[in-house]
Every structure is written in structure tokens, then in C-alpha cells.
Design a protein. Structure first.
Length: 285
């Protein structure tokens, strides 16, 4: 009869794998510094400090690049809300908690470099961006109810999706420094996705049916974080139109690489519920 475990049991039994992958993650992560990627020599004071306030003609970025970086700031800047939601699912001690701290620090680094770059280069209206940041932080983020395995699978997909967004921003090739920044962020996101991918893979060894069900459940309901942009538009539709991130390509760009790594199609360790979940997953894709 297929084994089932509750979240508390899984937190305990997966902890050694989390510890191992956190050590690997830190060893592989690039310890890049946000201040190194900001062209400080382009900076000048705004009117409050005796300088000149922003005007649209000061920006050298295309509308698409400015949009992509603005979304990046708004998503990464809301990290306290994401931190809270992830922490609710993970133990507040041991390797799980250390991972939450590490992930939060990495996401905060993304916000720092993007916002500093935008302010120094005057790529976007700083007042509009600040108002959007305030609105987004007040709006916050609430994760839908999930069990541990669902949250882990969902996080693997979210980080992969973020990497796709940043890779596509870099691929625009319109500004060399923007491309470097975007690739740095994408590398972080790929490693974060790998962390979650490996924990889900370990969960398959413990509870294959539960894990397959969790993956099918999250793919059925998956949606990337969406933010309200200055002017009232929604980031999901605008990014899709700009070719930065299109939900219609999630199956190929986000889900397929992870499903292959978990050998979803070839698994022979599933019980009836796992087989049913796999069939549902096939229908979704």
C-alpha cells in the first residue's frame, strides 16, 4: 500500500537533503556584489539636493528593458511577503530555516542592484517607481493553501520562470550592462530552482504518489507572480506582449525541464493515485 506522510514527517525526513543542498548551493553560488554592477559615475543629484529631476529624455533604455527591470524591482522588493509565506511552510529551525534566510538575502540582492541601476541611470521615473513599490508592498503576497510538497514543487517552477524572464531580458542585447545584470539574476534563479528540484526529487524516494500529486496540482494552478505597473497595467500581459515571459510557453520553458529531471514519464514506483496524477499531468501538458 502506498506510503503517505504528513508535512511534519516530511520536514524531518527531508532535512538532511536540505542541509546537503544548502551546502552545495552556497558553494556553487556566485558571490557577486550589487555595487559592482551599478555605473555610479553616471549618477547625479535630483532637485531636492540641488540637481535636476527626472525627465523621460534622460532614459537610454528601451521601453521593453525598462519594463522588465521595473517588474524585477517590484517582485524582488516584495521579498518580506514571500519570506513570510515560505517560512510558514518550513521549520523555523535547522537547515530549512537557514535556506529561507539564504533565499531571502539573494532576492534582496536582486532588488538592490536593479533599483540602484534604475536610479543612477535615470532609466525610469523614480517617483512612479517608488509609488509602485509602496503599492506593491502594501498589497503584499499571500500564497494559496498548500502542503509542503506542493510548496516545494511550486517554488521550483517559480524560480525557473524567473530565470526564463531574466534570460529573455538579457537576450534583448540592447544594453550590455543590463544583459550582465539580468544573467546574474538568472543564474541565481536557476540555482534556487535546482535546490527545490533536488528536494522534490528526494521526496519521490519517500512518497512517490504524494509527490506526483503535488506536482500535478501545482502545474494545474500555476501562475507567476504578477505586479501592478505604473499606469495600472498588469505585468503578466505586458511581459507576454513584450516577449519577456509568455505563460503560453510555460509548458516548454518552465515545466518540461523539471519534469524531465524528475523522470516523470518513466517512473515505475507509482501506485494508483500516483498513476492517476501522472495521467492528469499529461492531459494538462
Amino acid at each position: 500500500m502506498p506510503i503517505e506522510k504528513n508535512d511534519s514527517q516530511l520536514l524531518s525526513e527531508l532535512a538532511p537533503v536540505v542541509d546537503e543542498n544548502l551546502t552545495r548551493h552556497i558553494a556553487e553560488a556566485d558571490g557577486w556584489q550589487p555595487h559592482d554592477l551599478v555605473p555610479w559615475d553616471q549618477g547625479k543629484n535630483f532637485a531636492f539636493m540641488g540637481g535636476t529631476d527626472w525627465s523621460a529624455d534622460q532614459s537610454t533604455l528601451s521601453d521593453v528593458e525598462a519594463l522588465a527591470l521595473t517588474v524585477g524591482v517590484l517582485v524582488a522588493d516584495n521579498v518580506p511577503a514571500y519570506h513570510r509565506e515560505i517560512a510558514k511552510h518550513l521549520a523555523l529551525v535547522g537547515p530549512w530555516w537557514r535556506w529561507v534566510g539564504r533565499w531571502t538575502a539573494e532576492e534582496n540582492r536582486h532588488s538592490i542592484v536593479l533599483r540602484n541601476y534604475l536610479m543612477v541611470t535615470r532609466a525610469v521615473d523614480p517617483v512612479a517607481l517608488e509609488r509602485a513599490r509602496m503599492d506593491e508592498m502594501v498589497r503584499g503576497y499571500a500564497m494559496p493553501p498548500m502542503h509542503l510538497l506542493e510548496m516545494l514543487a511550486n517554488s521550483a517552477f517559480e524560480e525557473k520562470a524567473a530565470a526564463v524572464r531574466h534570460h529573455n531580458t538579457a537576450a534583448l542585447g540592447e544594453d550590455a550592462l543590463v544583459a550582465v545584470i539580468a544573467e546574474r539574476l538568472a543564474t541565481d534563479d536557476e540555482l534556487q530552482s535546482l535546490f527545490y528540484r533536488n528536494i522534490v526529487e528526494a521526496a519521490f524516494e519517500l512518497v512517490p504518489d504524494q509527490t506526483m500529486r503535488a506536482i500535478a496540482s501545482r502545474i494545474a494552478a500555476f501562475d507567476v507572480p504578477s505586479v501592478a505597473l505604473p499606469g495600472g497595467t498588469d505585468s503578466t500581459a505586458v511581459l507576454a506582449e513584450a516577449g519577456i515571459y509568455d505563460p503560453a510557453q510555460q509548458g516548454e520553458k518552465v515545466f518540461a525541464p523539471l519534469l524531465r529531471s524528475w523522470n516523470i514519464a518513466g517512473r515505475a514506483d507509482l501506485g494508483p493515485d500516483g498513476e492517476k496524477a501522472r495521467d492528469e499531468l499529461s492531459a494538462l501538458l
